[in-house]
Design a protein around this ligand. Structure first.
Ligand SMILES: Nc1nc2c(ncn2[C@@H]2O[C@H](COP(=O)(O)OP(=O)(O)O)[C@@H](O)[C@H]2O)c(=O)[nH]1
Ligand SMILES: [Mg+2]
Length: 378
């Protein structure tokens, strides 16, 4: 079964029963993308490569943090540099696929067929047909060096499933996106390929906001694998920043300071945010007015929000319903969090919290489900 390892988009990959074409812009490393799919998918697996040596593939798989022991690696490249009887020519699809049966079949790449074969479309037809005959799910990649629409449409029409890996320049960085063609999934998912780590849905900014002392710094540190805070005397004076790597998501969390004198920062921080976590102290309803004010200042209309209700096990903590009423909010998830078991909070020091992952997951689902990352394509 084909998988990418991110729950929110695996429904698409799991339903692929025949073939998948990956069209990528030259700035996206589609081989690494394919190798990620190869390594996280389950079952018999074959990787045919016709554009680089097997050693390059092995090293790249290792750099993604995976192993290749249970993968059948087929060298269809050597024939071009060392034409002997044993070596398979890159355009010789039949020989490369010989004996491959009942397997996930990754073919890297059909671009080579356009470079070397006289009849590339015939070779691709052969590849698709052989894969079907031998009960293989075919995944192959094609680098789009600005080919015409007609050409691409012809190619796309040959495959049952197609995804695009594009990158767009925003500011000075390139952001890569995964898009789905042919299926009703109208998603555009930003991603990164980490070495090690593989494919991650990449969310460049989630804001963690809320009143002073609610637990924002504690939240950012508890949720992140790496976090830094700019603070003085135990209170955050600029911001908290943490990198979250959880369930196939890579996220930059930005915690805002709570005091009003830093409010000009809120607007700056909130630009380009894709979601907001509002941390409140469930035992301090007197701070909710301020919490609501911060939410309004950071949240653009329609931005997904989740409330992390901290200190929820304290005896005077308000319940979710009371919190929503007091904040005058509707249809927002309130997720209780609290100090981690065995941890004693110290004044002026952030402490370890539990259940922060439930908050993250709720927000991830909203971001992928509600139409933010999920921009409409036109
Ligand atoms: N009892 C208790 N204390 C907490 C909890 N979360 C945070 N604290 C404490 O509350 C204070 C403020 O936390 P901090 O994360 O710095 O809040 P921030 O001002 O919103 O960044 C610190 O002294 C923490 O140790 C909690 O769930 N329970
Ligand atoms: Mg703080």
């Amino acid at each position: 079964m084909l998988k990418i390892g991110v729950d929110a988009i695996d429904d698409f990959f799991k339903q692929i029963k025949t073939n998948l074409l990956i069209i990528s812009s030259p700035s996206v490393d589609s081989s690494s993308f394919m190798q990620h799919l190869l390594c996280v998918s389950q079952g018999e697996k074959t990787y045919v490569v016709n554009n680089k040596t097997i050693n390059v593939v092995k090293n790249n798989i290792l750099s993604l943090g995976y192993g290749f022991d249970n993968i059948n690696l087929v060298d269809s490249y050597s024939g071009v540099i060392c034409p002997t009887k044993e070596n398979i020519n890159p355009e010789d699809v039949s020989r490369a696929l010989k004996g491959v049966k009942d397997s996930l079949l990754f073919y890297d790449s059909i671009s080579t067929l356009f470079n070397l074969s006289e009849k590339p479309f015939e070779r691709i037809k052969e590849l698709i047909k052989k894969a079907k005959e031998n009960n293989c799910i075919l995944v192959t990649n094609f680098i789009n060096w600005n080919f015409s629409k007609e050409f691409l449409n012809k190619l796309i029409s040959m495959f049952d499933n197609v995804v695009l890996l594009n990158s767009i320049e925003s500011k000075i960085f390139l952001t890569s996106y995964l898009e789905f063609l042919k299926k009703p999934l109208n998603l555009r998912i930003p991603f990164k390929i980490l070495k090690p780590g593989g494919f991650k849905v990449y969310i460049p900014k989630i804001l963690v906001t809320g009143p002073f002392n609610a637990g924002k710094t504690s939240f950012v540190h508890s949720a992140s694998k790496r976090a830094v805070s700019v603070d003085r005397l135990g209170t955050t004076v600029a911001l908290d920043h943490g990198i979250v790597d959880y369930k196939g998501f890579l996220v930059d969390l930005f915690g805002t300071p709570g005091q009003e004198r830093f409010d000009p920062l809120l607007k700056m921080l909130s630009s380009e945010a894709l979601g907001v976590i509002l941390v409140i102290d469930s035992t301090a309803p007197q701070t909710f007015k301020r919490a609501k004010e911060m939410l309004i200042k950071t949240r653009k209309e329609g931005l997904p929000v989740v409330i992390a209700a901290n200190k929820s096990n304290s005896k005077n903590a308000l319940c979710s319903k009371e919190i929503l009423e007091k904040l005058d909010l509707k249809d927002v998830d309130v997720i209780p969090i609290d100090v981690a078991d065995g941890e004693t909070p110290t004044r002026g020091k952030p402490c370890k919290l539990k259940n922060v992952n439930i908050v993250l997951e709720a927000l991830f689902n909203k971001i992928l489900g509600d139409g933010n990352v999920k921009e409409r394509r036109t």
